[in-house]
Design a protein around this ligand. Sequence first.
Ligand SMILES: [Fe+2]
Ligand SMILES: [Fe+2]
Length: 422
Amino acid sequence: MAAVQDMARLLRLLFEIEREFVCTATTLIYRVGEPEQKYLLCQHVWESAGHARFLRERGRELSGFGTGENVRAELRQLFTEAVMPADGYVALAGFYRVFKPALLAAYRHYLSATHHLADWPSRKLVEEFIADEERHAREMEPWLGAVDATAWLAHLRTALAANGDLLGDHPHSPLPTDFAWESSGRAYAHLATCNRGKYPTCSSVFSLDPAETPIVRPWLVDPKTDARVIRLMVYVWLMMELDAVDYLATIFIDTPDAPFDLHHDLARHLWDESRHSQFGYRQLPKLGVDLMTLEHSLDLYNILVQMPPHERYAMMTMEFEAGSFPTKALVMDRVRELNDFEADTLLAFDRNDEQNHVRYGHHWLPEIMALCGDTRPVEEFVKATQARFAAVAQVHGNRTPHALPPERRLTGNKLLKLAGVA
Ligand SMILES: [Fe+2]
Ligand SMILES: [Fe+2]
């Protein structure tokens, strides 16, 4: 059985690498500014979670894969080091210029080391993952030139070489005496606010005032509001789910000891939110909106990042998502008047995804609470968290002034004009 055990040992390492990538590369998402880049990272993270899941499934068929799913300390140290740069673009370069190529090489090594017929089930998976990794490299390449990361890449390559590469099967070159692990000198901390690059920002896109924000709460549910205005408002709403992308991405590294299935479902949740945001990001320009006039709302990230991860997750699933269905149902009915098949389709999939997210919430909240040492009954905890959110919002909310003056900013009144009703 030595041949089986050798291959199972490699699959195990690949599983740990992919799951640790999911746990740490998620920190890049709120540190890069371009929505397109956030979307791409969410997609890659989801695909990596898929790789890890199938590696575990196949691995468990083989003697020697092991029963637990913990990541060994040497790999965790490498990936924890990779998140450390203060500049998110430097960190991004580390992941995509050092770790992803090393992972691709590891998959290729697996393919050349295993028997094409005896281990066909693994081979099929690994062939697919190689194609994914090659595509990830191509897709991210245009985003990697933003900064000079030379020194950091050399630092990471040194750390990797001391481990004998990701699989540990190359000669281990000892760390130079002046090598210092950034991650043993300080703890990683989330940004106090998320990066939105060149885009204008504000605290919230929701208000009661059509001269202030694009979404006017009472208009959403007012039967007199023109359906074309509702459609524009819901696309703004969907695009601003980018805040969910940014704050959900913070939870992975804050729960390093979570079972893999929890991170798998969070990765799915994250990718769903990035697609919902793309619904708005891609449709709004078609309806005449200049995205440089649409301010990005930062309040939810700014408030939630001040709270511990189980409270962030509770607010997201039990409050924002669970509470959004009645209004979204009304909005869907109104949009249907327009015979806009694409809009109906996007909203229907959004609703279906959101139902899954609330299901995830019921399933995983007790687990995240346990990881954070919270022993209260779930219902009591959620109630207390809602109150805490309100208190934290008093301090950290409403701190982002409108970046644009009212005449340049997308507002409810401007949406009336775009819709041709004013
Ligand atoms: Fe969503
Ligand atoms: Fe959601």
